[in-house]
Design a protein around this ligand. Structure first.
Ligand code: SF4
Ligand code: SF4
Length: 261
């Protein structure tokens, strides 16, 4: 490769150094003095896939989950609201899923909890080449896990925390969030207009969206593989993927679905 063919070196904000292949030390277990200190007073954003995992874990509907555990907040997107986990109304403002033994939803904990002590950033290029991901080390003085001896590479951490699938679904969501930031797709309706309410339902309230799909016979309106169609009927993740495609199709006229004539 000639020098001029090298991709430009990525610049990061001061103090943020991507870990790359470097090793880091970390361990979190019930023996650390700070055990569960990080599970309180959190500003924890919930993504659509987090909600599916949690509401299925709790065996409640997505509507119930939103009513009991999530608050609508103004996030970074100027045109679309974000959801944040509501802390318990107790003195410690603890996570509602924290109990005496630690995290009561551990296998289905949100992606932010899985990624910690790392943070993940994804850079998408305008040329359509593969997005690049970067991981950074967080630095919270209360977290004594950094003083443990266990060593990890990012790759090992991602595998250990079963993050691959969460990352995949979160990247699909990031695409939607970028689309939602384009004010033109809302056709001047403003926040909480009919298009926004429908997008909110399709992204965050998957059980109600399933009812909407049935009532409007949405699946019959598109050419879908038999296997995909079957999966959507029974699987919330498959329905969420369909909902993202459907929103791209109806809001931005992207040809990601083929309508039946
Ligand atoms: S503060 Fe760090 S080490 Fe302590 S429980 Fe939380 S993640 Fe684990
Ligand atoms: S979901 Fe679990 S790991 Fe995440 S903040 Fe709550 S108790 Fe802690």
């Amino acid at each position: 490769m000639k020098k001029n063919d090298m991709p430009p070196k990525k610049e990061f904000p001061e103090g943020m150094v991507p870990l790359g292949n470097a090793k880091f030390k970390f361990a979190c277990h019930s023996g650390v003095k700070c055990f569960t200190h990080c599970c309180r007073k959190l500003e924890l954003y919930l993504y659509p896939y987090d909600i599916i995992r949690l509401k299925n874990r709790l065996v409640i509907s997505s509507e119930d989950f939103l009513n009991r555990y999530a608050g609508v907040v103004k996030g970074a997107n100027p045109c679309f609201p974000a959801l944040m986990l509501t802390m318990s109304d107790n003195e410690g403002k603890t996570c509602p899923f924290l109990d005496d033994n630690g995290c009561s939803v551990y296998e289905d904990r949100p992606s932010a909890c899985r990624t910690y002590p790392l943070e993940r950033a994804v850079e998408r290029s305008s040329t359509g080449s593969r997005p690049q991901e970067f991981y950074f080390m967080t630095d919270h003085s209360y977290c004594l896990g950094h003083r443990e001896e266990k060593e990890w590479t990012v790759k090992e951490w991602v595998r250990d925390q079963s993050l691959q699938y969460y990352n995949q679904m979160d990247d699909l969501w990031a695409e939607m969030d970028t689309l939602f930031a384009n004010s033109r797709i809302w056709r001047g309706e403003g926040s909480a207009g009919p298009r926004q309410l429908l997008a909110f339902l399709a992204c965050y309230n998957i059980d109600r969206f399933r009812q909407y799909v049935a009532e409007h016979q949405l699946l019959d309106q598109f050419r879908l593989d038999k296997s995909r169609r079957k999966l959507i009927d029974s699987d919330d993740e498959a329905l969420l993927r369909f909902s993202f495609d459907w929103l791209k199709f109806v809001l931005a006229e992207q040809p990601v679905l083929q309508a039946k004539r």
